[in-house]
Write a protein that binds this ligand. Sequence first.
Ligand code: PHB
Length: 250
Amino acid sequence: MANSASGEGMVPRIVRVLETFDSDRTVQTASEIGRRAGLPSSTAHRLVEELVSEGVLERDDQHRVRLGMRLWELALRGSTALRLRQAALPHMERVQAELREHTQLAVLEQGEALFLERLSHPDAVSNITRVAGRLPLHASSSGLVLLAHADPALRERVLAGPLIAVGPQTITDPAVLRRTLAEIRRSGFVAAPGSIEAVSNGMAVPLRDRGEVIAALSVVLPREAPVEPGIRALRAAAARIEAELRSSRA
Ligand code: PHB
């Protein structure tokens, strides 16, 4: 693979180009991409050109580029995340019909909770979760469940801090976080009121496949909503999704 003068391979440079796109920055010029990716302008223009010709990026009529449908297609085809989302969706819809707030599905991805799906209601409480967006493990209810069941080395890395306060009640004390994670493993759920935003309460349960926790299922409810109905709905849905995953393998 062709290396740059700095010795960096082609693949990390392509990844840096793709990473300059996010939900607030969906179209860019090749020069903007180069600046944000820290690439020389000529390299950025050449990479963008090649990615456009492969359909990974698409050009608009002002010669700016966006992520291409071909990238979406390749990313989803054969993806385990898609299989999980498809198994979960009908059961998430039941939770959503019952509680009429927000229902999310998240997986652990490179030290953060990555959200695969979010269902919402027009009158629901504020929710900062985005599909394909991430939240810190120690702050979101999904993240806390994933962290409780994560590899101990990752858990220790997160416990070593910094534990940034996202909401007024985010756990920022490592000793409290350690106790909370042990309690999640014991009880099988978490409620984290005010951990992301003062107005809401995130609740989550683990989803298992072949005995391993592979995802977290969560709801975001108004802060004053009772916890018990949320956890009951999540547990029932998790059991149905786990059965679905088992039968899809059989
Ligand atoms: C949560 O997962 O706990 C959570 C996520 C987004 C919010 C509130 C809570 O806006």
